[in-house]
Design a protein around this ligand. Structure first.
Ligand code: HEM
Length: 421
């Protein structure tokens, strides 16, 4: 006699196989354990939230704090939460680690400097960088799109936007390169790079403050200093932490938007042809919906950053205790069939695409207009300049990075007919 069928076991999370395709495991969680307690590879225990409705609620829930002081004692003691090296470099007071009212004040200040007008004015520079990096490998007929294109483009773009002098930008490229290796580099390398970056930014802020006239330079750091000088308070440490979080939040995310996006286009030839036509004809609308769909389908931020329960609460029918960490799985929520019809289909003309790839609520991505500009320009540039772009390796041979928050490829080898300049 057979008893009732046992519920299938929870698939293994955070293995290498999981990293290459986490979506089946997320589908299982959404269905069987939508708010699921798990032990992360770091040893910290956290709740994973996978359904769209719960995810959206959690991202905007004021009972969930961004401040790590609310982390329960046992887990906090392990010191594994946050950006490696940020504690030592005194960079903790940034937007993703604080709650209102401090968050409201800092976000208002940075929003004054990070305006849509400033981003729109930046479009020619993003195009120039896109063309220059494509030029650098176009004659070879092959390239690694992560290292030669997706990685350098955003780092030079953000450096320009912040006002890091061109002669210092290669240092940033090196420090950022170390940060993106996630422990793959020499021991302590990430912490050392974060510290060097922090030291450099503090000095740059100081120099810019000294030389700032009312009509001074038009870069973002000068804009931040000016905003703080007009009545509202921004300490030098807060300004350095702000510059750092703009770099940190805006760099690897954009690398992976370009990397994951191009990879998925190469795996979906019909959709790629659609976007290629849109890019050639300057169809901005399809380019825009296309990049949003690439973000929903395989976005760069797999899990939102840490949140901590400030009191006992219920989420998705599950009881969460005060001090427990909560991780919202954006990649799972954005494939929820309750919200997106045919969620596992890549449909670049998808409408009603309110994905959570940029988050939701007061921490909604500040850099979304810049990310959209960079994503559209980079992907359209590649498709128009290298029209027969194809994968240079079997998809099974590609390796994904193992980090918790970000989803991205280690390398993306491609081939194409060489193009003379
Ligand atoms: C495709 C690229 C990008 C994606 C997918 C992305 C995604 C996100 C997400 C999901 C959040 C919310 C995290 C949470 O609530 O835990 C966020 C916040 C943030 N992002 Fe982005 N981001 C991107 C690019 C950028 C860029 C280019 C910048 C700036 C240069 C930037 C700056 C920020 C900042 C400062 C925050 C914190 C906002 C706050 O706490 O108020 N991001 N981003």
């Amino acid at each position: 006699m057979t008893g009732p069928a046992a519920a299938p076991a929870c698939p293994e999370l955070f293995t290498w196989e999981f990293a290459s395709d986490p979506y089946p495991a997320y589908a299982w969680l959404r269905e069987h354990a939508p708010v699921h307690r798990t032990r992360l590879p770091s040893g910290v225990e956290a709740w994973l939230v996978t359904r769209y409705t719960d995810a959206r609620q959690a991202l905007a829930d004021t009972r969930l704090s961004k401040n790590p002081v609310h982390h329960s004692e046992a887990a906090h003691g392990k010191g594994k939460v946050g950006i490696p090296g940020e504690r030592g470099a005194n960079l903790m007071t940034h937007l993703l680690n604080i709650d209102p009212p401090d968050h409201t004040r800092l976000r208002r200040l940075v929003s004054k400097a990070f305006t849509p007008r400033r981003i729109a004015r930046f479009a020619p520079r993003v195009q120039e960088l896109t063309d220059a990096f494509i030029d650098s490998f176009a004659e070879r007929g092959e390239a690694d799109l992560i290292h030669e294109f997706a990685f350098p483009l955003p780092i030079y773009a953000i450096c320009d936007l912040l006002g890091v002098p061109r002669e210092d930008q290669d240092d940033f490229r090196d420090w950022a390169g170390m940060m993106i290796r996630h422990g793959g580099g020499p021991r302590g390398g990430v912490a050392r790079s974060v510290k060097k970056m922090r030291g450099y930014l503090a000095e740059l802020i100081h120099r810019k403050r000294e030389s700032l006239g009312d009509e001074g330079a038009d870069d973002l750091i000068s804009g931040l200093i000016r905003a703080s000088d007009h009545g509202e308070h921004l300490t030098e440490n807060e300004a350095a932490a702000m510059a750092f979080i703009l770099l940190f939040a805006g760099f690897e995310t954009t690398v992976n938007l370009i990397g994951n996006g191009v990879y998925q286009l190469l795996r979906h030839p019909e959709q790629r042809r659609l976007l290629q036509k849109a890019a050639a004809e300057g169809d901005e609308e399809l380019l825009a919906t296309g990049v949003e769909e690439l973000l929903r389908y395989d976005g760069p931020v797999e899990l939102a950053t840490w949140r901590f329960a400030t009191r006992d609460l219920a989420l998705g029918g599950q009881r969460i205790a005060e001090g427990d960490p909560v991780l919202v799985v954006l990649a799972a929520a954005d494939r929820d069939p309750e919200r997106f019809p045919g969620p596992d289909v890549l449909d670049l003309s998808r409408r009603d695409n309110q994905h959570l790839g940029y988050g939701h609520g007061i921490h909604y991505c500040l850099g979304a207009p810049l990310a959209r500009l960079e994503g559209r320009t980079a992907i359209a540039g590649l498709l128009t300049r290298l029209p027969d772009l194809r994968l240079g390796a079997d998809p099974d041979e590609l390796r994904w990075r193992g980090g918790l928050i970000m989803r991205g490829l280690r390398a993306l080898p491609v081939e194409f007919t060489p193009v003379r300049r």
